[in-house]
Design a protein around this ligand. Sequence first.
Ligand code: PNS
Length: 163
Amino acid sequence: MKKRIAVIPGSFDPITRGHLDIIIRSAKLFDEIHVSVLHNTKKEGLFTVEERIALIEAAVSDIKNVKVRYFSGLLVDYCQSINANTIVRGLRAVSDFEYEMQLTSMNKKLNDEIETLYMMTNNQYSFISSSMAKEVAKFGGDVTSIVPNHVAEALWSKFDIKK
Ligand code: PNS
């Protein structure tokens, strides 16, 4: 039988507990999950692509069917290159909706064969984001409820915060 492969795309700058929740739940629904780090031209990165990948890999190391990859081009081209016909995105609050509609409709125009599925983020992660983690960490705040512990360490170290 054909493998059911899904892609979870994002900037992951850095991975949050909300992202991780979506990855863990999706891994139970698909044979293979590709967490793919892509460029969002609207965002400037704090972590390098290599650092983001290492942080994601450390977070998902105990989930067998998850691969972590980087792709420099279009998301739909990445999906096609690995025979994935599903994109999974987490949806936090209504404020995500408009942007996600734009993304999905653009991807549909680019490749009509690829479907986007939305998974509601667990309530406890509805109001967290990578940007929030960066801002709190920059001023020395505790980000361990927002990001996995090793990511919190990496954030503090980026901002030269001693904990
Ligand atoms: O975590 P983000 O920043 O919300 O993820 C957005 C991302 C990286 C998935 C999106 O910007 C993307 O797909 N970038 C790759 C380029 C692409 O395919 N763009 C087409 C849709 S506008």
